[in-house]
Ligand binder design. Structure first.
Ligand code: PEP
Ligand code: MN
Length: 363
């Protein structure tokens, strides 16, 4: 796939790219006022949904083409670039006619190869930047497939938006981030600009900062954050939108760390520390090996004396003492409990093997 980096899009963009604007364009005044406030923060790309794919009917489904005229006003008044979602070739045609600068394909469209192919065909011959959101289901191949379909018609200004994945599970996220999928996308397509959409991952504005910071720490190329002048009264996604002032605070407080450093002192010290980690890991492995040896010995001993592998009282005693040790050593007791359970389960499995196999040998 031939993919341009952000600098090659010809819009003066660079990493980290911030795209901010309301979930939906509601009125011309709401859109313009919101964008003007966002512009004050030095942000050059705005967003607003004009056609809204809603989960259930009879909700606000967007203003449609009329709102694209408001987008033109925003562009003229603020000088910002405008991005919007397209869900079919008609949307693409209207968006292009109204000088929209960046298009994105929503999560509900990315799941459908017919839809993506139709959108792709309607983009043939243009070189507008296109961002592809991850599909709602955690399927990396489907996400990459959608990017390939857009790439195949000659679009090179291509980016990916990570907006999380649907789940029946109730969690603190509206859509599970499943970071490993986005990281794997970046491994497979290292040149693709990867943008995080914390708004749709979180579903509530309180955790947007935390998720944005995580994306920055994972070296994402940008963020798309839903921003509204009056989020509580927004016509869609009210809980997750932030005010332009909050957006300013989020951006101000984000910490940018370098992926690496050329500094020789830094490199030497890091090597020393990593050597210490290697030694400690070796000790850890040797300790586990020694522990397993004793576990086996106990297994044989129990077998000879016809005693059960698992003894409730012993487990209770073990959990309590280990919890105390974790606290004393300033280790997170939940993490240690989880780690210890894995070790204990493996020990039980070894003893079960000893009990049920004739040879006094463990595998
Ligand atoms: C949106 O960006 O407002 C939107 C509808 O997003 P998604 O496709 O991620 O649900
Ligand atoms: Mn939204």
């Amino acid at each position: 796939m031939k993919i341009e980096n952000l600098e090659g899009w010809g819009l003066g963009l660079k990493k980290p790219l911030v795209i901010a604007g309301p979930c939906s364009a509601e009125t011309e005044e709401q859109l313009l006022d919101t964008c003007q406030q966002i512009k004050e923060l030095g942000i050059t790309v705005t967003r607003a949904g004009v056609w809204k794919p809603r989960t259930r009917p009879n909700n606000f489904e967007g203003i449609g083409t009329d709102a694209l005229k408001w987008a033109q006003t925003v562009k003229k008044e603020t000088g910002m670039y405008f991005s919007t979602e397209v869900g079919n070739p008609k949307h693409v045609e209207e968006a292009l006619k109204h000088d929209i600068d960046i298009l994105w394909i929503g999560a509900r469209s990315t799941v459908n190869p017919f839809t993506v192919q139709e959108i792709a065909e309607s983009l043939r011959g243009t070189d507008i930047p296109v961002l592809v959101k991850n599909p709602i289901n955690p399927d990396l191949a489907l996400w990459i497939g959608a990017l390939e379909r857009i790439s195949n018609v000659g679009i090179t200004k291509l980016g990916a938006i990570h907006r999380g994945f649907s789940s029946f599970q109730q969690t603190r996220f509206r859509n599970l981030p499943m970071w490993q999928i986005a990281i794997e996308l970046k491994n497979q397509l290292p040149q693709i600009p990867l943008i995080c959409d914390p708004s749709h991952i979180c579903g509530s504005r309180e955790i947007i900062f935390e998720v944005s910071q995580k994306a920055i720490d994972l070296d994402y190329d940008g963020l798309m954050i839903e921003t509204h002048r009056d989020p509580d009264n927004a016509w869609s996604d009210a809980k997750q939108q932030v005010t332009p002032t909050s957006l300013g605070n989020i951006l101000k407080n984000l910490k940018y760390r370098k992926p690496t450093s050329e500094d020789i002192e830094f490199i030497t010290h890091l090597e020393e520390l990593r050597e210490q980690i290697d030694h400690l890991d070796k000790d850890l492995y040797e300790t586990i090996a020694a522990r397993m040896k004793i576990v086996d010995e106990i297994g044989f001993y129990k077998k000879r004396n016809n005693v059960t592998v698992f003894q409730k009282n012993r487990w209770k005693e073990i959990s309590e003492s280990r919890k105390e040790w974790a606290e004393k050593l300033n280790l997170n007791p939940d993490f240690m409990a989880e780690l210890f359970k894995v070790i204990h389960d493996a020990s039980i499995r070894r003893q079960e093997y000893i009990m049920n196999n004739p040879l006094e040998k463990v595998q």
